[in-house]
Design a protein around this ligand. Structure first.
Ligand SMILES: Cc1ncc(COP(=O)(O)O)c(C=O)c1O
Length: 394
C-alpha cells in the first residue's frame, strides 16, 4: 500500500462522487458534451463582472518590486482594511482590518479556523443536509463532525442542536444560504442559536463558537437579505469567499472575519494567522488580494440566477417534483419519488441528466440540482426530468 490507510478509507467513502464523474464523463464521450445535461457541479457559469476584469488588468500591470513577495500571513493590510470597511457596512458592526484574515477561498478559511480551535476529539455540530467536505475538514484537524436534523423546510432545528451539544462541542458550523438546499436561516433562528450557545458556553465554562460559512451571501432572491451572525452571538466567526458571487472559484480567494466582540479575539486571530502559515497556504494569493480590494461589494447579475431558478422550479413542479423554492444559492434539492436516491439519480442518468444524490449531503431521499448552467440546459432537460418522474408515478 503506497498511501495512508486513512486517506484510502476516505477515498472509498468518497468513491461514489468519483463514480458519478466517471459516469458523467462516459455519457459525454458517448453522446457529446452538448447532449448531456450536467447539473452536478456548483461551478458558476456566469462571467465575472467587467469590473473584475478591469481590476485584474490594473493589478497585474501595477509596477512594484514587492508585488509578488511574501507578506504578513493574514494578508496585505490595505486589502484587509478595504474588506473590513465594506463588511462594517454590510454587517452593521465596527470591524477593523485586525479582525480580517485573507484566505485561499472559504474552504481554506474553514480549515484555518478549525485548525486554530480544535483539540483532538472535539466535536463540530452541523445541520444536515450539509456541504459534503465539512466532515473531511473537521477530521483534518482531529475533530469530529456531528450532524443534526433540520426542520422539514431545512431551517434550523434549535432543539436538535441543543440535544447534540456535549462537553466536547467546540463549534456549530452553519451555512446560509445553504448548499445543497438554498435555505436562508432567519434572524430569529440565529438569535435563538446565539442564546443557546451563550447559555451552554457559560454553564460549561468552555466557549462554543458559531462558525458561519457564507460564500453564497450575495446570491439571494426576491429582495431577501441574509442576516448577520455577529449581532446574534459574540463568539462568532465568518468564513467566506469571492468564488460564487463574482464567479472566480478557481482563483482561491476569500477571507475570515472574527466578531470584534469575541472574548478571546487576539488569541483566536494569532492562532489563525499561524494556522494559515503552517497549513502551507502561507498567505492568500497576492494578485487576487489586490484585485478584490478594489471591487468590494461587487457581484454577478443575480437576476440571471433568479431566472434560472424560476425556469427550473416551474418546469419541475409541472412534472410533479416536490421541493423548497430556494431563497438563495444556486441549488435545488427536490425529493426523489422513490426512497432510494442513488437509484433515482441513475434513472436520471438514463435521460442524460447528471445530478447528485442527497445521501452525499446527509439527506437520502433527495437529490441536488446545481442550476448555475445555461438556460438551454434547463429547458432541454425538462422532458427527461418528466420521463424519470413518470416512471415512478405510474
Ligand atoms: C457551502 C460551501 N462552503 C464552502 C465552499 C468552498 O468555497 P471556496 O471555493 O470559496 O473555497 C463551497 C463550494 O462549493 C460551498 O458550497
Amino acid at each position: 500500500m503506497t498511501i495512508a490507510k486513512k486517506i484510502e478509507t476516505m477515498m472509498s467513502r468518497a468513491s461514489w462522487i468519483r463514480k458519478m464523474f466517471e459516469d458523467g464523463a462516459r455519457l459525454k464521450a458517448e453522446h457529446g458534451a452538448d447532449n448531456v445535461f450536467d447539473f452536478s457541479l456548483g461551478n458558476p457559469n456566469l462571467k465575472p463582472p467587467e469590473e473584475f476584469r478591469k481590476a485584474l488588468i490594473e493589478a497585474a500591470s501595477a509596477s512594484g518590486d514587492r508585488n509578488h513577495a511574501y507578506m504578513p500571513n493574514t494578508g496585505y493590510p490595505h486589502v484587509r482594511k478595504s474588506v473590513a470597511d465594506y463588511l462594517s457596512a454590510e454587517q452593521q458592526a465596527r470591524i477593523s482590518e485586525n479582525e480580517i484574515i485573507m484566505t485561499c477561498g472559504a474552504a481554506g478559511g474553514l480549515n484555518v479556523i478549525l485548525k486554530a480551535i480544535l483539540d483532538p476529539g472535539d466535536e463540530v455540530i452541523t445541520p444536515a443536509p450539509y456541504f459534503v467536505e465539512y466532515s473531511f475538514y473537521a477530521d483534518n484537524h482531529g475533530g469530529v463532525l456531528k450532524t443534526v436534523s433540520t426542520k422539514p423546510d431545512f431551517s434550523l432545528n434549535i432543539d436538535a442542536i441543543s440535544s447534540a451539544i456535549t462537553e466536547k462541542t467546540k463549534a456549530v458550523l452553519i451555512n446560509s444560504p445553504n448548499n445543497p438546499t438554498g435555505q436562508v436561516y432567519s434572524k430569529e433562528s440565529l438569535n435563538e442559536l446565539g442564546a443557546l450557545l451563550k447559555d451552554r458556553s457559560n454553564s460549561s465554562g468552555r466557549t462554543i463558537y458559531m462558525i458561519s460559512d457564507e460564500p453564497y451571501r450575495k446570491i439571494v432572491y426576491d429582495g431577501l437579505k441574509v442576516p448577520s451572525i455577529f449581532s446574534c452571538y459574540n463568539e462568532s466567526i465568518i468564513a467566506t469567499s469571492y468564488s460564487k458571487d463574482i464567479s472566480i472559484p478557481g482563483e482561491r480567494i476569500g477571507f475570515i472575519a472574527v466578531n470584534p466582540d469575541a472574548s478571546f479575539k487576539e488569541n483566536l486571530l494569532g492562532g489563525m494567522a499561524l494556522a494559515n502559515r503552517i497549513l502551507g497556504f502561507v498567505n492568500a494569493p497576492a494578485l487576487m488580494q489586490r484585485v478584490v480590494a478594489s471591487i468590494q461589494g461587487m457581484s454577478v447579475d443575480v437576476s440571471e440566477y433568479a431566472r434560472k431558478r424560476d425556469l427550473l422550479c416551474n418546469g419541475l413542479a409541472d412534472s410533479g417534483y416536490e421541493f423548497l423554492r430556494p431563497p438563495g444559492a444556486f441549488y435545488l434539492f427536490p425529493r426523489t419519488p422513490i426512497p432510494d436516491d442513488v437509484e433515482f439519480v441513475k434513472t436520471l442518468q438514463e435521460e442524460l441528466i447528471l445530478v447528485v444524490p442527497g445521501s452525499g449531503f446527509g439527506a437520502p431521499g433527495h437529490f441536488r440540482i446545481a442550476f448555475c448552467v445555461d438556460d438551454e440546459t434547463i429547458i432541454n432537460s425538462m422532458p427527461g426530468f418528466k420521463k424519470a418522474m413518470d416512471k415512478y408515478r405510474g
